[in-house]
Design a protein. Sequence first.
Length: 490
Amino acid sequence: MIALLPLFPQADDAAMIALRQRFASSTWSTTIQLEDRNEHVIKRYTAMPDGSLRGRGTVIDFGKVTPAVQTRFSWDRATKKVLMDDQHGTMRLTGEVQAEGNKLVFLYRPAGSSMDYIRDELTFNAQSIGEGKVTVGGKTIATYTMRRVAEPPKILALRGLDPVELAKGKEVEGVPNWTHTAGVYTYRFSSDANLEEFRAKTAQYEIQFGGACGSMGPLSGRGAPDRFMVHKGRIYLFASDGCRSRFAASPDAFIDKAEPALRPNGRARTTGRNLLELAATAHGGLALDAIKSIAYTEISKFESEGKQRPFDQMWMATTRGEYAHFSTWNDVFFATVAGPQGNWSGRMDQPEPMSNPVRAYFVREFVKNPTWILRHRTRYIPEYRGKSKRPGTGAEADLVSVHWQGATIDLWIDPTSRRIVGWRNLELRSTGFRPVSKAITSFVEVKGVTVPKTWTTQVEGGQPTPKAITSFYINEMVEPGYFVNPLNVR
């Protein structure tokens, strides 16, 4: 429960009291479901000395200019109303807040406007999750869900079995007197010696992938803490018995590891480097080299409870070494973030620390992007492989392999246009990591840079699958606040 705050003398309105009791000194993650997309707000609320309540935060709106947001609630003695003043980017909304039973009602409209008030109703369920509905003229235009940001709950790992003994092939019960928490998991041990061995070699004995399903990969959902398997002295969790069976059939095929660095001879390296320079010129030249950040979105729909709902994903990277992926599933917002400010992943309202192996896997997903490769081409080790049939059409192209941060990518460069027309890299599939080829089918120009817009992906022996990005952004849509752990928002 949220502790009741001392009441200020001037705040004798039920709405003001409810606002301060619920929100003061806390951070909230809000997912707003619009008809065609989702919007997310992360906002920190602070009780001010004058009795007002201030909220400051950031909006993540896929494919839209992302503003900062500031909100102020205050008690007005003259009108005896709780006033609301909300600055949402360049838009200012003003209005009032009322308490109706267990419901907070926000009535607002653009400042200075005479339009009908927008009605925003908010209630909280037994789990203190806020559920809101926004209506205009009686028509619902959005719904939203609010969750207070907090440390994720700790999970008892492996049914309480000693992980050190389990890694060595024995199922031995741990005892509550010897426990240790790593990430979100609490481990029990059968002896003080095993506890100390775990502390000394945590990366070896802890659950791998941060608890993600061993079959679906380090960035997938969490496996069940009591559905596990030991392989080569390391413990993996699984989301289902089927996942565990697939993994057991060929464990090494599912375990992510850095690929060996290329070791080209002098001529292969020089030819590869020259071809990368030609490709960089063909894809934008100076405009390409001016990239400080990229962001791209994929917005699709899925059916849930008989309704078509938007499924939004956004990837972003900066030349400062920051990487992020955001997605929304139903009313929950997820993030995976790596950078100088920290590494974390999971639900935005329950961010979890990300282990170094998972971070390495996540970053490797970005260094496979053709635009990112060309922007950082001097950091990659190149090796010219000769003429080769490009994916899709089978036409001849120059094949250059590049390697950086544990990832090797094959690039097909068209001999006439000098554009990258296809690429290939390892991806995790249902049978483990497999080479997947991509044939670029169209490009789009963004701020003078030519980037892939659509392509087909194909596993050897499989059928091609069309893929597309919804939007691509260069040097915009990326805010410093995106890379801050919500637990650290102040």
